[in-house]
Design a protein around this ligand. Structure first.
Ligand SMILES: *[C@@H]1O[C@H](CO)[C@@H](O)[C@H](O)[C@H]1NC(C)=O
Ligand SMILES: *[C@@H]1O[C@H](CO)[C@@H](O)[C@H](O)[C@H]1NC(C)=O
Ligand SMILES: *[C@@H]1O[C@H](CO)[C@@H](O)[C@H](O)[C@H]1NC(C)=O
Ligand SMILES: *[C@@H]1O[C@H](CO)[C@@H](O)[C@H](O)[C@H]1NC(C)=O
Ligand SMILES: *[C@@H]1O[C@H](CO)[C@@H](O)[C@H](O)[C@H]1NC(C)=O
Ligand SMILES: *[C@@H]1O[C@H](CO)[C@@H](O)[C@H](O)[C@H]1NC(C)=O
Ligand SMILES: *[C@@H]1O[C@H](CO)[C@@H](O)[C@H](O)[C@H]1NC(C)=O
Ligand SMILES: *[C@@H]1O[C@H](CO)[C@@H](O)[C@H](O)[C@H]1NC(C)=O
Ligand SMILES: *[C@@H]1O[C@H](CO)[C@@H](O)[C@H](O)[C@H]1NC(C)=O
Length: 430
């Protein structure tokens, strides 16, 4: 019942997608996602699209991919319970409800059909605002193995709100998938009247760091490179989280790591590697669902590169770059939408220091994790493969990761061929 989804429909969409794909070949341009213009070609999503615009959630999305958007078609948005919400809620609360419909992971239809009956937890844009308690900004996606019906609800037990996937509207591998669902989802324990409207913070990050006393090297590097202006501009939207190494951390850098002599563009990549493009208070970081987080450097270099692995080690927060493990030592500043944490080590991206650091020797008691993995070089391929829905992806072995992606895309091509053949058959039948 739930999946009113005929094979011809999937094959047609895939077929058209293949046509587009083959005509534009693989030379993807680096245009930001414009969700409004993507949705504008669907007559049955006009109300949902205008909600995204009126709550300014659409603009949060321009620098966010990969995502899966759960869109409620007009016919479902106009009936209860969805209509009650859109009528009753102030735009600020409605904005957070809509953020709950933006999954920060790309799912192809095949990925969805691989979801186990026990479900998968997926972080949404709401989790990144810090306004959801615990992991209630994540959704639990489950699949009924008998009907293949896919249901989405809060991970909270007995959560009353759920939505069922109606159909796949559009997919642009590996950036965005739009699924039609039959209802707006309400996050569990969500304060429907809370407001996300806030005056601009206008925080001077350089000054905040200098006032923190321990962070003079970082403050001067950020200031000199000019990236601090970019960070301050990001205080709007979903906010930012900075991990700032202490002065001692800069002093402890191994002799073969010459940060200051890096060319300016590399230096700014290293600095951006210390920043998450969302506001995460300490509690959210501690309960982070997906440990591997993209940084601002990921946005410039492609999905899957320049990620940080954030986890709890020995009761404190550890940040692992693959070649360095730092711990969060203090909260320097925390006020929505900006969080600044002191960290015990300079976060060296393995994409830049992977080879140079093969010789890094650990000073006693420092606990520097030295990895012998080869750097993945700067891979232009979109590395956010559908297979990454597997929480056990071993990102610290880039070569294996790339193999997994390759096999995934090969599988995708094979499936596409089969689908295209089916499609031709379908036309012949017609
Ligand atoms: C899709 O993702 C790839 C790699 O992440 C990127 O190069 C491309 O610009 C993206 N396309 C769109 C339309 O955002
Ligand atoms: C997205 O496209 C719409 C028209 O399709 C346009 O009005 C809007 O300004 C665009 N938004 C951005 C952020 O480019
Ligand atoms: C919405 O419209 C698109 C075509 O514009 C169609 O493929 C899709 O099935 C429709 N979805 C629903 C739920 O009505
Ligand atoms: C997701 O839902 C399924 C089915 O209700 C449940 O068995 C599973 O424990 C849930 N997972 C999480 C993490 O809440
Ligand atoms: C989803 O919600 C509907 C209506 O509130 C309810 O009848 C149904 O049992 C729920 N399904 C699940 C899996 O919780
Ligand atoms: C921020 O503070 C620093 C140090 O106090 C100062 O040099 C800089 O001009 C300030 N920036 C702005 C935009 O006020
Ligand atoms: C992330 O780091 C933790 C602690 O260092 C480690 O246990 C975990 O396996 C790492 N995960 C990934 C995906 O690298
Ligand atoms: C965790 O604790 C163990 C034992 O106390 C210690 O050997 C290890 O270095 C600690 N790890 C970190 C990352 O602090
Ligand atoms: C990743 O894989 C490598 C080799 O397959 C293994 O040695 C390493 O322990 C794995 N790391 C994690 C974090 O699972």
């Amino acid at each position: 019942m739930a999946i009113s989804f005929s094979i011809s429909h999937i094959t047609l969409i895939t077929f058209f997608y293949l046509l587009i794909l083959s005509s534009s070949s693989s030379s993807a341009t680096t245009t930001a996602l414009n969700i409004t213009s993507i949705l504008s070609s669907f007559q049955n999503l006009t109300s949902f699209s205008s909600l995204l615009c009126s709550t300014s959630v659409a603009s949060d999305l321009t620098r966010r991919d990969p995502i899966t958007l759960l869109a409620v078609p007009n016919s479902y948005l106009s009936i209860s319970p969805s209509s009650d919400l859109t009528r009753r809620l102030p735009p600020s609360s409605l904005g957070d409800i809509l953020r709950y419909h933006i999954l920060l992971q790309y799912f192809s239809w095949t990925d969805l059909l691989k979801i186990p009956p026990s479900g998968v937890l997926v972080t949404t844009l709401l989790q990144t605002t810090g306004r959801a308690h615990s992991n209630f900004g994540a959704v639990n996606i489950t699949r009924n193995p008998l009907t293949n019906s896919i249901t989405i609800q809060s991970p909270a037990p007995y959560s009353p709100s759920n939505a069922t996937v109606l159909s796949l509207i559009k997919t642009l591998p590996y950036n965005i998938t739009i699924l039609a669902v039959n209802s707006l989802l309400v996050p569990y324990d969500f304060n429907l009247m809370a407001s996300d409207t806030r005056p601009p913070l206008g925080l001077n990050i350089t000054k905040t760091l200098i006032d923190g006393h321990n962070f003079n090297v970082a403050a001067s590097m950020l200031f000199a490179s000019g990236v601090v202006d970019e960070f301050e501009a990001d205080e709007g939207g979903a906010g930012i989280t900075l991990f700032v190494p202490t002065d001692v951390a800069f002093g402890d850098l191994p002799g073969n790591v010459q940060l200051q002599s890096l060319p300016a563009d590399k230096k700014s990549v290293v600095l951006k590697f210390h920043v998450l493009h969302s506001y995460y208070p300490l509690g959210s970081l501690e309960s982070i669902v997906n440990p591997v987080q993209p940084t601002l450097a990921t946005e410039d270099n492609g999905a899957g590169s320049f990620t940080l692995n954030i986890s709890r080690v020995n009761g404190s927060l550890a940040i692992d770059t693959g070649i360095v493990q730092a711990s969060v030592t203090q909260t320097v500043f925390d006020q929505n939408p900006v969080a600044i944490f002191g960290v015990s080590k300079v976060l060296l991206p393995r994409e830049i220091f992977g080879k140079a650091s093969a010789g890094i020797t650990t000073k006693p008691g420092n606990g520097v994790a030295v990895a012998t993995v080869q750097p993945p070089e700067t891979s232009p391929s979109p590395v956010n493969a559908p297979g990454s829905s597997d929480p056990a992806s071993n990102l610290s072995s880039p070569s294996g990761f790339h193999e997994e992606i390759k096999s995934d895309s090969e599988r995708y091509q094979l499936q596409s061929c089969i689908v295209a053949l089916c499609c031709i058959g379908f036309y012949v039948v017609l």
